[in-house]
Design a protein around this ligand. Structure first.
Ligand code: ADP
Ligand code: GLC
Length: 479
């Protein structure tokens, strides 16, 4: 089976969140099992500055026609860990920008990206059985294929769309169907592309991919119930037969406290308790907490509405009163960044906030936290609870989406099986209830140690989910 991932991001070259982790770690698993896998992604400035030691060779040069525009495109290729990476380069859209997303012309940038990706597959005669697209950044691909490439590629591929986040739709004005994609505006009115009186890239993908997946079984149910709040419930209902949830796995090589070069001291499940306490003490001192011995609550997250940071900021005065330390590492919405910084100023002895996206600090944080906070409003899968498990930090999360599927909740007396703390209601009371359970646990080290061990033993490898993807690929191509 030959697979092509088309994604707005992928490790190790660029990641803004879990999407970059998942596209890469799933691809690595696929090549290990002899399924040749390629990833097509934009050539961002960050990649130009750091190629991760890879030599990139120029493999294609063409123009992409977007109605009146004729945009130049160069494609660079490298092989990393057995995966073929193709980087779509255009200075105006990607190389001259600091960030991956967040620009007014994102819809145009990713229209170009998707058209260029399909042109590349066509021109280089790349023989893919399955084209696996992810989120809004590549979800117009099946429609582009049906419009322009059906029976014109060396192999007729099938299309899987994986939804990592249904609240990012990728909107553009209806005229841009023609203006960006050269697709007649009659497709606006036939129900495939129209969403809230605009073109919705994600909606288009849901309607045109052969199969649609999301990143956990519970979240697939939530999508069908409309609980994600995206407004796409009707489209999911129409594709009910083709929609499923496959839980993410993690890259167990990058996330392994036994060999992780980024953490202060390495450890395994055997010596985790003593070594982790050294990691915590050193980290807490380095951050300048007045009482490094207090329970340490950590949050490493995008600071966005989705992640429920308002519950953390709301709970901080009470957590401080209860003699806890809180460390927040994140970037995102300015008002949340400011709120977090103001709490640091108000409680300088107990709260440290770093507004940064730093993978090295994230690794150190997982190895040092007592409790890892994930009070999300919604969470399609979540990876940070899985990294927490592996590093012996206890996840404290809201019972939603993939968090339900990957955490066994502690109820006060099931420490033999529990590996985390879950709360149901999205409310400050619900969150403080869970924090109280955590603080009590902290002062009952026997129980706490059992829960840490259970988490470290949890299996979040790709082994099972990867087989589900391969089965889906085979089913869709009819093998
Ligand atoms: P999402 O994709 O919704 O952001 P996930 O839990 O799937 O959530 O993945 C988040 C990923 O991004 C994890 O690898 C996490 O460690 C990383 N991450 C989030 N914020 C930061 C940050 N400020 N610095 C470093 N890594 C971060
Ligand atoms: C999204 C989701 C997150 C998921 C990640 C990777 O960004 O918010 O829950 O883990 O994608 O699939």
């Amino acid at each position: 089976m030959r697979i092509c991932m088309i994604s707005g991001e992928s490790n190790p070259f660029l990641k803004t969140g879990g999407l970059g982790d998942v596209v890469y770690s799933l691809s690595k698993k696929l090549v290990t099992y002899k399924h040749p896998t390629s990833i097509i992604m934009p050539y961002y400035r960050k990649i130009a500055c750091d190629t991760k030691g890879c030599i990139l060779s120029r493999v294609a040069d063409f123009n992409v026609k977007m109605n009146w525009r004729n945009q130049s495109c160069q494609v660079f290729k490298t092989n990393y860990e057995g995966i073929n990476f193709y980087f779509i380069k255009n200075d105006q859209y990607f190389t001259c920008r600091d960030d991956a997303y967040g620009y007014d012309d994102d819809a145009e940038r990713f229209a170009f990206f998707q058209l260029a990706a399909m042109q590349l597959i066509h021109d280089l005669k790349l023989p893919f059985d399955v084209i696996h697209v992810h989120d809004w950044q590549s979800s117009m691909i099946p429609l582009i294929y049906h419009q322009f490439y059906e029976n014109k590629l060396v192999r007729n591929p099938k299309f899987i769309l994986t939804i990592h986040n249904s609240l990012f739709i990728g909107y553009t004005h209806r005229n841009n169907l023609y203006d960006f994609f050269n697709i007649s505006t009659e497709y606006y009115d036939n129900g495939l592309t129209r969403f809230n009186d605009s073109i919705g890239y994600l909606k288009t993908g849901i309607m045109t991919a052969d199969k649609v997946t999301t990143v956990s079984p519970t979240h697939a149910e939530e999508l069908l119930k409309g609980w994600d709040g995206s407004g796409l419930q009707g489209s999911f209902e129409l594709r009910r037969q083709d929609l499923s949830g496959i839980i993410n796995g993690i890259d167990t090589k990058e996330w392994d406290p036994r060999i992780d070069p980024m953490i202060r001291h390495n450890y395994s499940i055997k010596n985790a308790l003593e070594v982790r306490s050294k990691c915590k003490e050193e980290f807490a001192k380095a951050l300048g907490f007045a009482h490094p011995e207090y329970p340490l609550f950590v949050c490493v997250s995008r600071l966005s509405y989705q992640k429920g940071i308002d519950l953390i900021t709301g709970a901080i005065p009470e957590l401080v009163r209860r003699n806890c330390n809180i460390y927040i590492l994140g970037t995102g919405q300015k008002e949340i960044e400011n709120e977090v910084l103001s709490l640091q100023a108000r409680f300088p002895e107990n709260v440290v906030a770093q507004i940064a996206f730093r993978n090295d600090l994230a690794h150190i944080a997982y190895s040092s936290a007592d409790f890892f906070l994930i009070p999300s409003r919604y969470e399609p899968c979540g990876l940070t609870q899985m990294y927490s498990h592996r590093y012996g930090a206890i996840p404290l999360a809201r019972a939603t989406g993939g968090l339900v599927d990957s955490i066994i909740a502690y109820n006060g007396n099931n420490e033999d099986v529990a590996d985390g703390i879950l709360f149901n209601d999205y409310s400050l009371d619900g969150f403080l209830w869970a924090c109280n359970l955590a603080i009590n646990l902290y002062y009952n080290q026997d129980k706490m140690n059992k829960i840490i061990h259970n988490g470290m033993k949890a299996n979040h490898t790709w082994t099972k989910s990867f087989k589900e993807y391969v089965a889906l690929y085979k089913k869709v191509v009819g093998k």
